[in-house]
Design a protein around this ligand. Structure first.
Ligand SMILES: Cc1cc2nc3c(=O)[nH]c(=O)nc-3n(C[C@H](O)[C@H](O)[C@H](O)COP(=O)(O)OP(=O)(O)OC[C@H]3O[C@@H](n4cnc5c(N)ncnc54)[C@H](O)[C@@H]3O)c2cc1C
Length: 186
């Protein structure tokens, strides 16, 4: 919960959707038990026009407004889409970090990771990440050190979520060069 509302970026889409439906039911129950006949009519009219509006986005028997593709491009992030996009940014940034960074590059990378850890919008992800950083501070001495440090942080989350651990010797294959068989080269 953030400010009394469920935290969307802390929840996967299915759970979020369930929470929203429950909230809707509670609100409509509340409306029914408190409203006069006149406002019930108004609600019914509003519901009818909402239904008409929803129908207007139905294309070839497919509701575009709720398709997976539409959601991907138009809805706020949930914990999974945000996570995937963020790991992509972090691992890719580490993979392109200099092999021998200048002192100013080390400083700015350290600040970047620390600021990231302060501002990541999923609060419990952020808390765990900060705790991990307190135990093993970010390593900015080289591309290799930074990439391996991040790989370990990501694996900690994988373990927490019962996902398989990633083989950190493959981090540059995954995030910089692609596999040797050229599958990612088009
Ligand atoms: C800092 C941070 C903390 C998070 N904490 C939580 C949390 O507490 N709870 C929660 O539910 N979600 C959390 N997430 C989101 C979670 O980690 C996943 O991003 C999300 O569950 C989607 O998972 P995914 O299976 O699509 O792949 P992701 O875990 O997002 O991984 C994307 C890709 O990265 C590669 N990869 C996997 N592991 C590694 C690794 N160790 N090193 C390098 N590459 C790797 C794989 O190719 C994988 O397909 C967090 C995300 C971030 C950025």
């Amino acid at each position: 919960m953030t400010n009394g509302k469920p935290c969307r970026v802390c929840t996967d889409f299915k759970s979020w959707s369930r929470l929203e439906k429950q909230k809707g039911k509670q609100e409509s129950h509340h409306d029914k038990s408190t409203s006069s006949g006149e406002s019930t009519t108004a609600t019914a009219t509003a519901a009818a026009s909402a239904a008409t509006a929803a129908a207007s986005v139905t294309v070839a028997n497919k509701d575009v407004s709720t398709s997976e593709e539409w959601r991907k491009n138009n809805c706020p992030a949930d914990v999974e889409t945000l996570g995937r996009a963020t790991w992509t940014l972090l691992h890719t940034t580490a993979a392109y970090y200099p092999e021998k960074p200048a002192p100013s590059q080390r400083d700015s990378m350290k600040r970047f990771i620390e600021s990231f850890a302060e501002h990541y919008p999923c609060w419990f992800c952020k808390n765990d990440f900060q705790q991990a950083m307190a135990q093993e501070p970010v390593q900015v001495e080289s591309r290799e050190r930074l990439s391996q440090w991040l790989c370990r942080r990501h694996n900690e989350v994988n373990v927490k979520l019962n996902k398989p651990e990633f083989d950190c010797t493959k981090v540059f294959e995954r995030w910089l060069n692609g596999p040797p068989d050229g599958k990612c080269d088009g």
